[in-house]
Design a protein around this ligand. Structure first.
Ligand SMILES: Nc1ncnc2c1ncn2[C@@H]1O[C@H](COP(=O)(O)OP(=O)(O)O)[C@@H](O)[C@H]1O
Ligand SMILES: [Mg+2]
Length: 265
């Protein structure tokens, strides 16, 4: 990627789903630049187009109009995806999506195996990743034997296996209980800091967005558009007690007002 281009650039990106019952306008034209190395949170109530936005950035669905650029490359050339651009991306879904018939080690190493990385190099990389995400000792476990938080740690490790410049997370902790979620927020801050990657975190949780993000994009109701972009200038690393600080509470109040406004529209 060039030194000057943002990690992700959306130019007038629009999404209309064609269904049997007609067209569903999911996203109105969106312009957005995600800075290199930043953590951008995207927040809205459900149904506003957050997952659609993430799937567009991930190349999982093509835009109906506009252009997506990732790591300095156009993601689509006509109906063909740019493989080089896709290699710069790692994705974590709400449901960890680990293969149940593979061990944790095999799951994390799978993207490397698919790229033809040899066994020894793969095992070394998987070892480093299990240390990074805090699941050392669970390498031989089956996904079903892990807690929800551990499964998401493994999913994050798998997403990072190919050393992506960009990490995309779609409500990764949405199914976890509140205490595990707080712990995972701390862990994600640490992992993101250690890897130096650019991250886009989709969430509907106000505290999670503020705690983790450098900036927060607030989506309006469907068809979703960017209602506001809010800078979160809280110093890092952030400790859980930052959530009681006046600066944090002020942003939370602003977000609640913006989200309530959108909902009543
Ligand atoms: N594959 C699809 N086909 C038709 N409509 C869809 C599809 N995926 C999402 N939608 C619709 O697009 C809108 C936005 O959905 P989504 O991106 O999942 O929002 P969010 O992640 O914020 O809940 C919703 O109205 C949803 O029903
Ligand atoms: Mg969603």
């Amino acid at each position: 990627m060039t030194d000057t281009e943002p990690a992700i650039v959306l130019v007038a990106v629009e999404k209309i789903y064609r269904t049997r019952h007609g067209a569903v306008a999911a996203l109105r034209p969106i312009d957005l630049a995600v800075r290199r190395g930043e953590l951008l949170a995207v927040i809205s109530p459900s149904g506003c187009g957050k997952t659609t936005l993430l799937r567009l950035v991930a190349g999982l669905t093509p835009p109906s109009a506009g252009q997506v650029r990732v790591a300095g490359r156009a993601l689509w050339a006509g109906s063909a995806r740019n493989a080089a651009a896709l290699r710069g991306l790692g994705i974590v879904f709400q449901d960890a999506n680990l293969f149940p018939w593979n061990t944790v080690r095999q799951n994390i190493g799978l993207p490397l195996a698919l790229r033809g990385v040899k066994r020894a190099a793969r095992d070394a990389r998987v070892q480093a990743l299990t240390e990074l995400v805090g699941i050392v000792g669970f390498e031989q476990s089956w996904p079903r034997d892990l807690s929800g938080g551990m499964r998401q740690r493994a999913a994050i490790a798998r997403a990072l296996a190919g050393e992506p410049e960009i990490l995309l997370l779609d409500e990764p902790f949405g199914a976890l209980d509140a205490l595990t979620r707080d712990a995972m927020n701390l862990e994600l801050q640490r992992i993101w800091t250690q890897t130096g990657c650019t991250a886009v975190l989709v969430t509907h949780a106000i505290n999670e967005a503020i705690f983790l993000a450098d900036r927060i994009a607030v989506l309006s109701p469907r068809p979703g558009g960017i209602e506001a972009l809010i800078e979160v200038a809280l110093p890092r690393p952030r400790a859980p007690d930052v959530q009681a600080s006046p600066a944090f509470l002020a942003i939370a109040a602003m977000l609640r007002a913006l989200l309530a406004q959108g909902n009543s529209a």
